[in-house]
Design a protein around this ligand. Sequence first.
Ligand SMILES: NC(=O)c1ccc[n+]([C@@H]2O[C@H](COP(=O)([O-])OP(=O)(O)OC[C@H]3O[C@@H](n4cnc5c(N)ncnc54)[C@H](O)[C@@H]3O)[C@@H](O)[C@H]2O)c1
Length: 461
Amino acid sequence: MKTKFEKNILCIGAGYVGGPTMAMIAYKCPQYRVTVVDISHKRIAEWNSDKLPVYEPGLDEIVKSVKGKNLFFSTEIEKGVKDSDIIFVSVNTPTKSFGVGAGMAADLQYWEKTARQILQSAESPKIIVEKSTLPVKTALAMERILTSNNSRIHFEVLSNPEFLAEGTAIQDLENPDRVLIGSNQTENGLKARDVLVEIYKNWVPSDRIITSDIWSSELSKLVANAFLSQRISSINSISALCEKTDADITTVARAVGFDSRIGNKYLNASVGFGGSCFNKDILNLVYLCRHYGLYEVADYWEGVVKINEYQMGRFVLNMLTSMFNTLTGKKISLFGFAFKANTGDTRESPAIFIAKRLVEEKAELVITDPEALQNARIDLKNIDGKVSFIEDPYDAAAGCHAIALVTEWDLYKNLDFEKIYRSMIKPAFIFDGRNILDHNRLFEIGFNIYPIGKPALTHFE
Ligand SMILES: NC(=O)c1ccc[n+]([C@@H]2O[C@H](COP(=O)([O-])OP(=O)(O)OC[C@H]3O[C@@H](n4cnc5c(N)ncnc54)[C@H](O)[C@@H]3O)[C@@H](O)[C@H]2O)c1
């Protein structure tokens, strides 16, 4: 293909990672042509519309400034493969739900299909970049598939895991803590690595671009997510102890976080972690450890997931016991359904678990969220109970017995809670699953307040 561009970059998979990551490359590198392809026609149509399929602060502006200039979204995968020099693969790698490794190992069916698609359509050498999070040694499997029909075309596979966090994706992509590139330590491997380094050097300082062997790069991504979720489970486990002893988790976290060896980030007690990555990546790590006979190591990391499930369960149990041991027929508003603030993503959101458990207790739910109601409707479509979805938080709370705050959206901090209190059934309860509200003030208004890891503030004798 004749082109005025220096490089043709393709990304397979137009999801939460593929879309924003490629938008950033296109934005920072007008000299490259970037195409993002997907099997989902609906997703591609959304990327080509004004209402993008992913909500991320700052994403709309960036996409708008490059779409149709050097960023393109398409369903023509075959053509995309033919025309490109570098192919990022950013397809989903969920936890396997069947067969060997079910509930633990990564489901690599989408990944393998992609490898075969590349092999079928490629007519010239390519650099293949693993962006998806994958178990260690997946690059090797990819390489084997790509060389399986004795093709004379050379494919060089690199590992370049994505560390962005949803909600701050644009900030993270623009100013990453680090970019990690794993390659074969061969002449071809190092050459391919240098091509990818050059791309990132357009905006990332050289000292933040780390290079390594492939396996270390693949493992680093799993370990980073394991460490992050371990911190959340660590503080959440202590929040349970605080509630028993009348200690305050915020004070404990602050005192602990002042230790420069520990640091103060990621120490907010909460209802638990969610998202498409943490659970799946730790379980993947656990599966790998078991596979290699490292049972103690596997059990250690599995504990992080168990504490997370315990924390979500504890939150619901606390609601049940505080509301006089019955939720039957009570109306509860869930404030927030996204797995965290500033995203519409609800994959593995604690809200799903909480909603299901509350409905089992025969509570009636009113879900509100500024960005995630569309996904919430899909997540709860088969639920057997009374659930409604209302965007306005005031309308959502009106006539309810309780509010359960599940997502830390800023907008919930600044609501007129006097107005909300007046509209609710009394005694009115707030369960603050993120500790973001002004508890003393809400107590003064008349609410009974149940934070995480702190003494409850109630008007009961
Ligand atoms: N979401 C995050 O915050 C995040 C962060 C870092 C890494 N990751 C990793 O990145 C990968 C992608 O995650 P995501 O959140 O973007 O997933 P996603 O589900 O949002 O997107 C994946 C896309 O790939 C498409 N796809 C699947 N098979 C395909 C094929 N054969 N050809 C073309 N398209 C295909 C799907 O239709 C989907 O649109 C995962 O491995 C994930 O673990 C995610």
